[in-house]
Write a protein that binds this ligand. Structure first.
Ligand SMILES: Cc1cc2nc3c(=O)[nH]c(=O)nc-3n(C[C@H](O)[C@H](O)[C@H](O)COP(=O)(O)OP(=O)(O)OC[C@H]3O[C@@H](n4cnc5c(N)ncnc54)[C@H](O)[C@@H]3O)c2cc1C
Length: 233
């Protein structure tokens, strides 16, 4: 983490709801309009508030932006697990055109260079910044890009990843549904790429800690592991 990773935290934007889709189970994808002057780097997150709505409890939530500016919108996604918080209830029942405020985006979960292999190990809704990162390097064919997405039922954004993998033979998405399968998959990748790769971990803090421990046992240095712990889950 560098001081410059927080530079964007001073930016403020008002965006409006374009659509809210319940894509499966309790997963939602929310598209917001992108003001012309709003930009960000792939992998960053914003702090979102709902102006004019009285929210019980914490009045903001952090969401990673799951698209790149070139897509012409601000895409976020969330998992509204029971009991649904008042913030998410209010957000998910908003209408097209309703306003949302965002501070940022900013963050440290970013591509580090143009040559190192990329291994993304993510759980559930932790997929959100990875979609942006993969979109940002989708045309690169200079290094292997691996995605291991663990989710119990369906895998959010799978169609996007499948489309990219059909065009870019260096991109290898794997969708797992069990802990054992996930560990087996990333262990094999760590054995192949060792400390040549950067390992991107995002999702629940407990799972990130456990994965980091496993990677270190496999000889991966802490400096090659980039985390995005979803504080709050
Ligand atoms: C860098 C970063 C990026 C993030 N990106 C995303 C993202 O892209 N998408 C996303 O969805 N989240 C993301 N998060 C997490 C997000 O900010 C929220 O913390 C998270 O979504 C949980 O919010 P909530 O409103 O559902 O739950 P909260 O109200 O904050 O509660 C936390 C948990 O406790 C449970 N809970 C609450 N009340 C009760 C109760 N009475 N009894 C039992 N259980 C209860 C909730 O179900 C929830 O699982 C990110 C966090 C960080 C730090």
């Amino acid at each position: 983490m560098k001081i410059s990773d927080f530079k964007g935290a001073f930016k403020k934007n008002t965006v409006t709801i374009e659509s809210i889709d319940n894509v499966f189970d309790d997963y939602y994808v929310i598209a917001l309009n992108k003001p012309d002057n709003m930009t960000w780097e792939a992998g960053e997150h914003g702090v979102f508030t709902l102006p004019g709505r009285k929210v019980k409890g914490q009045p903001f939530r952090i969401f990673s932006v799951s698209c790149i500016p070139e897509e012409g919108k601000v895409l976020i996604a969330t998992h509204a697990n029971e009991p649904i918080s008042d913030f998410k209830q209010k957000l998910l029942t908003m209408n097209k055109g309703d306003q949302v405020k965002v501070r940022g985006p900013f963050g440290w979960f970013k591509i580090q260079d143009t040559t190192s292999p990329v291994v993304m190990i993510v759980t559930g809704i932790g997929i959100t910044p990875s979609r942006a990162i993969i979109k940002s390097i989708e045309h690169e064919e200079t290094r292997p890009i691996h995605l291991v997405h663990s989710s119990p039922t369906e895998h959010l954004y799978k169609e996007t990843f499948e489309e990219i993998s059909r065009k870019n033979r260096d991109f290898h998405p794997v969708y797992t549904t069990s802990k054992e399968e996930t560990i087996e998959t990333y262990t094999a990748l760590a054995k192949v790429h060792g400390n040549d790769a950067y390992y991107f971990l995002s999702g629940k803090i407990k799972i990130i800690r456990a994965t980091k421990k496993e990677l270190k046992k496999l000889g991966i240095k802490g400096s090659r592991i980039i985390n995005d712990p979803y504080i709050g889950y």
